[in-house]
Design a protein around this ligand. Structure first.
Ligand code: GLY
Length: 373
């Protein structure tokens, strides 16, 4: 009963604060806060990979409250993102992050044809990044020299649901084939025997052969970037939810067991599970994302097993709620101490997808969620 109390409290606080924040953030696409105020990634920054998350927050709040301010704000953002669809160099594998919480969420809730059209355009672009010899989706772009043509990253597991959605809408098996071939490749080359995962894997883009892995946004080669572990944990679970293939459930569970075994006593998550003890940089986004994935696993496994995943999710979320949430009405963000990458100059700031996944997790626990992925 005590457990339920803080979850309900968190839900109430999110609704109260976000109503005020939404009102004063009209016209913005936030990424982080500067002195407690959301910045704006519209205009020249329209192609940034995180630009869908504010829309996702809006749809989650609309679904939970029915307040039209959230729907109107989400629709305005969705329309602005059309500019991104028209900039070829600004399209990459993160189409799922950009259009699932925006156009596809809109379509799922309202059935609007123009939203479906946006989602389908984005899905076709994502499918076009597939390398059929290596059976992976290319992650990032390069300067046109092909230097990153063989790069795949674990984060892409979270973009596959855009292809599953396109398959579910059209029944064209190509979308399903591409998504599952990529997931199979990721299962083989990204997950290590101990359940930890690589961030970046480079394949020979011509022959498809494995070349090497990189530390990417984590500490280094062979390390364990926590947000990458969380993308894998949740991403493989989503592939299971869309396909029913137990191989993906097992992959998600393997990563989950590794993640759970490495949660520090404090319940707060470092940027990399294998980073040096000092500086003890944290990444709250990894905790929130992993919690979402753990809650989804808990829903699908037997009661005997479910408590392991559910309890771990609650531990992560309670630590965030008690120690890393900012409920000051004058400050736009919720989660504190988020980190984009270990070797960046900036650490422990506020990042919009931290707030998004924290809200999604609390909504899962209170049955208020619109399923975005
Ligand atoms: N997908 C990029 C990141 O997690 O930072």
């Amino acid at each position: 009963m005590q457990e339920q109390l803080w979850i309900q409290e968190a839900s109430d606080k999110i609704k109260r604060k976000m109503r005020l924040v939404t009102e004063r953030s009209q016209g913005k696409i936030p990424y982080k806060t500067v002195n407690g105020v959301f910045d704006d990634w519209s205009g020249e920054k329209i192609c940034w990979w995180t630009n869908g998350f504010w829309g996702g927050i809006m749809w989650q709040l609309y679904h939970a409250t029915g307040d039209s301010i959230y729907m109107e704000t989400a629709k305005e953002l969705e329309k602005k993102q059309d500019a991104n669809l028209m900039i070829n160099g600004g399209m990459d594998h993160d189409s799922g992050f950009r259009w699932l919480p925006t156009a596809v969420a809109d379509y799922r809730l309202t059935g609007r044809e123009e939203s479906k059209n946006r989602g389908m355009r984005a899905a076709c672009d994502l499918a076009g990044r597939f390398n059929p010899v290596g059976r992976f989706i290319r992650a990032w772009n390069d300067k046109g020299d092909g230097s990153r043509a063989g790069w795949a990253i674990i984060d892409c597991m979270m973009n596959l649901p855009l292809l599953y959605w396109a398959y579910e809408e059209t029944r064209d098996p190509r979308f399903l084939q591409i998504a599952t071939m990529h997931a199979d490749t990721a299962e083989k080359y990204f997950i290590r025997p101990d359940g930890s995962v690589n961030h970046i894997v480079e394949f020979n883009a011509v022959t498809g052969e494995f070349i090497q892995s990189f530390g990417g946004q984590g500490y280094g080669v062979g390390s364990s970037w926590t947000r990458g572990q969380a993308w894998a944990l949740y991403g493989f679970m989503l592939s299971y939810l869309h396909t029913g293939n137990e191989k993906y459930l097992n992959a998600s569970k393997r990563v989950a067991h590794y993640f759970i075994a490495n949660i520090p006593e404090s319940g707060l998550i470092p940027v990399d599970f294998r980073q040096p003890a000092e500086p003890a940089w944290e990444d709250s986004t990894a905790a929130a994302i992993a919690a979402c994935g753990l809650l989804e696993i808990a829903r699908k496994v037997s009661e005997n097993e479910a408590h392991v995943y559910h309890d771990a999710a609650l531990r992560l979320l309670k630590a965030l709620y008690e120690k890393r949430c900012n409920w000051d009405d004058n400050c736009d963000n919720i989660l504190e101490k988020c980190t984009a990458a270990y070797h960046d100059k900036e650490h422990e700031f506020t990042i919009i997808y931290g707030d998004y996944y924290f809200i999604e997790a609390i909504w899962k626990l209170t049955d208020q969620e619109i399923f975005i992925w």
